[in-house]
Design a protein around this ligand. Structure first.
Ligand code: ADP
Ligand code: MG
Length: 269
């Protein structure tokens, strides 16, 4: 699993949308699992104080001694904060509610927007031999999300297939433009992902039409269907790929992983 377009290390993707409940965490967990399943080495960074990605990947509260908070604000190396998960090749830096104070604490820090960027470019990074890093952002365009966007090569935007879905996007795009101007000029949009898609629902089809008309090729071909197995998996502390490997949800996240891997290969040519 190597990608010649980035010989210097893993591809870093921030999963972001300031709206809550659109499928950021679900996508982070299951895309990560699908990439890992196809042989990539993947690290998830839980950047949401709610810690849902950590819980969904089976990290118990008592095992969250060192977290994203320490990675950002204390001088702790990546090796001390990375935990294995039940999925082979899939690791995580967990989060706890401690991270909710980080946004304020970052304000007074001179390098406030670059802390995650710097933490992910430590010299020891090579030891982990990672192919992908996925960052699960909080439902806000705060300093934590800006840290993710400064650290990342691209942003993946989950879009829930419901009314007003596209309304919040202009604010998100504005933030991406600001980040390009202030510290990460090469930040790309990995793609916009239609989540909780219901083929029988007119509204889903309308949102898709609207998104494809307005955003064109930025919208992934893959759509993630609304699937009860996807929503059940976190309470069993595992990705849907493990919980119900043949489910529609699992298959969709595998298709998304393929689409992303092909896209990134295509850029080399
Ligand atoms: P966010 O991280 O953006 O707040 P989540 O990933 O936590 O959003 O998803 C919000 C809720 O929707 C969760 O309860 C999750 O289980 C559910 N959900 C997400 N994707 C799907 C899906 N494809 N099918 C069914 N439920 C889903
Ligand atoms: Mg979330």
């Amino acid at each position: 699993m190597s990608d010649l377009s980035r010989p210097q290390g893993p591809k870093i993707i921030a999963v972001a949308n300031q709206k809550g409940g659109v499928g950021k965490t679900t996508t982070t967990i299951n895309l990560a699992a699908a990439l890992a399943e196809s042989g990539a080495r993947v690290l998830v960074i839980d950047l949401d104080p709610q810690g849902n990605a950590s819980t969904g990947l089976g990290i118990e509260m008592e095992d969250r001694e060192f977290t994203t908070y320490e990675l950002l604000l204390e001088d702790i190396d990546l090796g001390s904060v990375i935990l294995p998960t039940v999925t082979p090749n899939l690791m995580i830096v967990p989060a706890t509610v401690d991270l909710s104070s980080a946004d304020l604490e970052l304000m007074s820090n001179e390098k406030r927007s670059f802390l995650l960027h710097d933490a992910l470019r430590q010299t020891r990074m090579d030891d982990f031999n990672l192919d992908y890093i996925l960052i699960d952002c909080p439902p806000s365009l705060n300093l934590l999300t800006v840290n993710a966007m400064i650290a990342a090569h691209s942003v993946l935007v989950p879009l829930q297939s419901e009314f007003f879905a596209l309304e919040g996007l202009s604010q998100l795009m504005l933030t991406i433009r600001e980040v390009r101007q202030t510290g990460n000029k090469n930040l790309r949009i990995e793609g916009v992902l239609l989540t909780m898609f219901d083929q029988r629902n007119n509204l889903s089809t309308l949102v898709e039409q609207d998104a494809r008309d307005n955003l064109g090729e930025l919208v992934f071909e893959t759509r993630i269907p609304r699937n009860v197995r996807v929503s059940e998996a976190p309470s069993y502390a595992m990705p849907v790929l493990t919980y119900d490997t043949a489910s529609k949800g699992a298959q969709a996240y595998r298709a998304l992983a393929q689409e992303i891997m092909h896209k990134n290969k295509a850029k080399v040519a």
